[in-house]
Design a protein around this ligand. Structure first.
Ligand code: C5P
Length: 393
């Protein structure tokens, strides 16, 4: 199932250069399964033609207050049954209108008449964004329960650099998907580990494993979508940080342990997804090891078990472990749960190594085994989050 299947989104487009990103956003929302009704202001039409949005959404584009819809009441009908109205880009002028309740075109009128959540993605020159009038208006939107997405900081179309850029289409799509998830971890603080660790042998070599970090990153995203405050301690991976997640990068198991122990107080949930190396070289050489003629023996020292250490604290968060096994999954996963005193273990069979796009897991708790439908890692992560929230409630 796609993220926005069965959802209807009204996408408002106002007159800013970033309107070109709204075309890509329309495509991404449609690709995610949403029915998208685009409503443009007259000014937006100076940047992108309605035909573009019509072609991308496959639905008629509305613009004028007087081009009616079937009942002659487009300003009412468009938001009825919609899951959200998202205005992207939202100009300074449009934000001012929303803050004051003006209704002098179709988009502002439907925003006033809506019966669903409203999200806006500001896009404007940095001085306009910093102007006290815009700050007042944006604060008013927040007080009125309107969600403000961004803006981002960076290079602007006018050539200046600063805060006011609209978020990228993919970021807006991710934010909207997150907004529509149930807030089942609202008020919770979650700490996760993800990825492999790298145990250095010398400045260029080390011991690691094939964990991609995708499952841990997907879980961090799913926890944040569910309303949690999330900190992610990540081993060496090349993955983008999920939006709204605080990330701390580490290399070795000892680094990971240090970051986790420094952060764990005050967290309600700890999820150890990382494939932490069980052993590290006793000695990490300061210079590259030179090739010899015969075999070489490496002496390894056991690494601390981070999860077991967190779970053994007198005041401990709700601890979730992962068990990636190549055989006897039920036995090993339940054994690990008992040995580390964990309320929940997520187990999966890894006959073909770690790091794929999809996953198939079973959840092990006091009540037994709960298989999760196989799927992409984000949908599996959401199912795990639902189970955790159920255990905590
Ligand atoms: O005992 P095993 O290594 O199979 O346990 C896996 C679980 O323990 C995972 O949740 C993993 O993140 C965690 N772990 C850890 N520190 C280690 C080894 C494993 O936190 N040194």
């Amino acid at each position: 199932m796609a993220d926005l299947d069965d959802r209807r989104i009204v996408l408002g487009v106002t007159g800013g250069v970033a309107a070109y990103k709204a075309a890509e956003l329309t495509r991404l929302l449609v690709k995610a399964g949403a029915a998208v009704d685009v409503v443009m202001t007259e000014a937006a039409g100076h940047f992108v033609a309605p035909t573009t949005f019509q072609a991308l959404s496959g639905r008629p584009v509305a613009s004028g207050l007087w081009d009616s819809g079937p009942r002659g009441m487009a300003h009412i009908d468009l938001s009825r049954g919609a899951d959200a109205v998202l205005v992207a880009p939202a100009t300074a002028d449009f934000i001012a209108k929303l803050a004051h309740g003006f209704a002098d075109d179709l988009l502002s009128t439907l925003c006033l008449a809506r019966d669903c959540p409203l999200l806006v993605a500001p896009a404007m020159n940095r001085q306009m964004w910093e102007n006290p009038a815009t700050r007042r208006n944006a604060a008013q939107l927040g007080a009125d329960g309107i969600v403000i997405l961004g803006p981002a900081s960076g290079e602007q179309a006018c050539g200046e650099v600063g805060e006011g850029r609209m978020l990228e289409a993919a970021e807006l799509c991710e934010e909207l998907v997150a907004f529509l998830q149930p807030r089942i971890l609202a008020g919770r603080r979650v700490l996760l580990t993800a990825g492999p660790t790298f145990e250095a042998l010398d400045p260029v070599r080390g011991i690691t494993n094939s964990s991609s970090g995708r499952m841990g990153f997907a879980l961090a995203r799913a926890c944040r979508e569910a309303g949690a405050v999330v900190t992610l301690v990540a081993g060496p991976v090349a993955l983008p940080t999920p939006r709204g997640v605080v990330r701390k990068d580490v290399v070795s198991a000892l680094d990971m342990r240090r970051e986790v122990m420094a952060a764990v107080d005050g967290h309600d949930i700890f999820i150890g997804v990382a494939a932490v190396a069980d052993y590290r070289p006793v000695e990490s050489r300061p210079h590259k090891i030179k090739k010899g003629s015969g075999n070489m023996t490496l002496e390894l020292a056991a690494n601390p078990d981070i999860l077991a250490e967190v779970a053994a604290r007198p005041v401990r968060p709700f601890c979730v472990g992962f068990a990636a096994e190549s055989q006897n999954l039920d036995e090993y996963a339940q054994g690990k749960r008992q040995a580390k005193r964990l309320p929940l273990v997520v187990g999966n069979l890894v006959q073909h190594g770690l790091g794929g796009e999809t996953n198939q897991v079973c959840l092990y708790d006091d009540h037994g085994v709960h298989p999760v439908p196989p799927g992409d890692k984000l949908s599996v992560a959401r199912a795990i989050v639902t189970h955790i929230a159920g255990m905590l409630s």
